[in-house]
Write a protein that binds this ligand. Structure first.
Ligand code: HEM
Length: 544
């Protein structure tokens, strides 16, 4: 049991070499810490022996306590009520016979009645999707609520307190990626039914038969609450786009050989499409793969640029040219790290811990068995993958926009200027309102698109939803950019310097471009959204 102290005990450690302070009825020994306190020693000495909660919350956010609690907390005040132990996330109950439930395939049926879930989280309006706040939703049931709790606990304890350090150090410790595998999360992020046959790992709170695209969305969403594009891209930026083509279009022997280690988090995979001279116009890719004379290998030569996770990757799902110019000469090859493959880290503006990489292939021998899809049929593989990639980007942008909004609204309730809290200034409320309306519009469109994907076969979705997903991608990156900017204005200088209370906003502001450009730039997305939608609706018999 934790130690308890009276107020007098704390007061007797108010000066000299022994400094204790109280924050929210917990007692901290800051004697040794005072010399390294970034805010200065004197400021701690002034509140030593006393309750410093008010001063603490003025200058810090929750992350600081989480990070330093283990090191500095020595107990609690004897007046503090004991908190109930938090229950472990319970596996969601098996599905009831009478309630139609989602399947991760084309037979998804929405529940006949949409019971609201228990309210969850801080209940700040618009800081979480509305179903977190007790509003009804046709898409989310108790399995989603259980997953949300499971992921949130993990992110808040194992990730949140360290994310700034990792971003600055440009790397996330490998054990976090390994946990993604062991917790069954990697297996759940492929945009297909949970691949039970290729992994012994299971998500604790959702059984494989109930796993659907809304679980996948929720997992990415909750990871994004850490407010770091670098973190999310480190964990799923290579895997989430590099692995689905292998699973959907790879030959069985290849998939059986390499997928289990990838799903376990032991091996890493990335997607290598973009080149120094070809990005959104994938039909013009030049990286060349020539069949060897004996027909057993492709010999690959070329360069790939801005490849997320490339420096750590064991496998590269790579777009290569095997035929004539244009989209009908493209293929996709699974290239294993081997002789002739070199990777170097690129220095970028944002997503610092994502490992953006320049890759060179020099006479790399790739067995023909590693062809993903058909020879010269790579364009379809790449296009199918784009929908999944772009939806992932949208989910992240939506949550990052919410993080900017949430941080701002919390800060606006404590920071005072001209004798009033920021939230009491109409100009600040106006900023928050514009953020909220864009976030909600984007998110509700996203839910609808996920629902459509859940109801359609992959090829049908590629065709029918490609335009809308492209438009939504642009909508989400512009929402994210807007919210990062407005949040930065609300935080002022605190979001100009790195770390501290405005740290998440400062970091996300730097991450914005990493979302607005890759996966199809805003300009190309908006144009595609009209071209593709008009084309498809023309096929449906649009009357115009
Ligand atoms: C458990 C006790 C405390 C810990 C672990 C702690 C930790 C930190 C850390 C890590 C920072 C760097 C900025 C950040 O990352 O947020 C910081 C800054 C600061 N701290 Fe503390 N602190 C503690 C208590 C206090 C108290 C009681 C006060 C005031 C009486 C205080 C005043 C400040 C100030 C003024 C700054 C600079 C803020 C800025 O740069 O805007 N700290 N502290």
């Amino acid at each position: 049991m934790a130690k308890t102290f009276s107020k007098d005990d704390v007061a007797s450690h108010g000066k000299g070499d022994s400094l204790w302070i109280v924050i929210d009825e917990d007692v901290y020994d800051v004697s040794k810490f005072q010399d390294e306190h970034p805010g200065g020693k004197k400021i701690l000495q002034r509140v030593a022996g006393k309750d410093a909660s008010k001063q603490f919350w003025k200058y810090h956010n929750e992350g600081i306590l989480k990070k330093y609690k283990g090191q500095l907390q020595i107990g609690s005040l004897d007046t503090k009520k004991q908190a109930e132990p938090a229950p472990a996330p319970a596996p969601a109950p098996k599905k009831a016979e009478s309630t139609p439930q989602p399947q991760a395939s084309g037979d998804f049926k929405p529940p006949a009645t949409a019971e609201p879930q228990e309210p969850y989280g801080d209940l700040i309006p618009f800081a979480d999707p509305s179903w977190y706040q007790g509003y009804s939703s046709p898409y989310f049931n108790e399995t989603h609520a259980a997953l949300r709790e499971e992921v949130r606990q993990w992110v808040e304890t194992e990730i949140d307190p360290y994310v700034t350090e990792w971003d600055e150090g440009k790397e996330v410790p490998p054990h976090i990626y390994k946990q993604m595998g062991e917790r069954g999360y990697l297996a759940g992020l492929l945009g297909v039914k949970y691949p039970e046959q290729h992994t012994p790992f299971r998500v604790q709170s959702v059984s494989p038969d109930r796993w659907d695209l809304f679980h996948e969305m929720l997992l990415t969403d909750e990871l994004s609450r850490a407010g770091s594009g670098g973190l999310v891209w480190n964990l799923i930026g290579g895997y989430g786009i590099g692995c689905p083509p292998l699973v959907k279009f790879g030959k069985k022997a290849l998939v059986d050989r390499i997928l289990p280690d990838i799903l376990a988090g032991d091996k890493r995979i990335c997607l290598a499409i973009t080149e120094p001279d070809a990005g959104s116009d994938v039909a013009n890719l030049g990286c060349e793969a020539k069949l060897s004379e004996d027909g057993k290998h492709y010999i690959v030569n070329g360069e790939k640029k801005w490849i997320t996770n490339g420096i750590w990757a064991d496998y590269f799902t790579t777009a290569v040219r095997t035929g004539p110019d244009g989209m009908n000469g493209l293929s996709v090859l699974l290239i294993e790290r081997s002789e002739g493959v070199s990777t170097r880290r690129m220095d970028c503006q944002g997503v610092l811990s994502s490992g953006t990489t320049y890759v060179t292939f020099e006479d790399v021998k790739v067995p023909v068995e590693n062809l993903i899809g058909k020879e010269n049929g790579g364009f379809k593989v790449i296009m199918t993958n784009f929908n999944h990639e772009r939806i992932g980007i949208v989910i992240q942008c939506c949550r990052f926009a919410r993080v900017c909004y949430e941080e701002s609204i919390k800060y606006a309730h404590k920071r005072k200027t001209f004798g009033k809290r920021l939230i009491d200034h109409p100009v600040i409320r106006m900023k928050l309102a514009h953020m909220a309306r864009q976030i909600e519009a984007t998110y509700n469109w996203l839910e609808n698109i996920i629902f459509q994907c859940q109801c359609m076969e992959e090829t049908e979705a590629m065709l029918k939803l490609g335009g809308a997903i492209a438009g939504l991608k642009a909508q989400s990156t512009q929402t994210f950019e807007f919210c990062a900017r407005e949040a930065s204005q609300i935080f002022g200088g605190l979001s100009y310097s790195r770390g501290g209370q405005g740290g998440k906003v400062e970091r996300l502001y730097r991450d914005v471009r990493a979302y607005a450009i890759p996966g199809g730039s805003e300009e190309i997305m908006l144009d595609l959204s009209m071209r593709q939608s008009l084309r498809v609706h023309g096929m449906f018999g649009m009357k115009i």
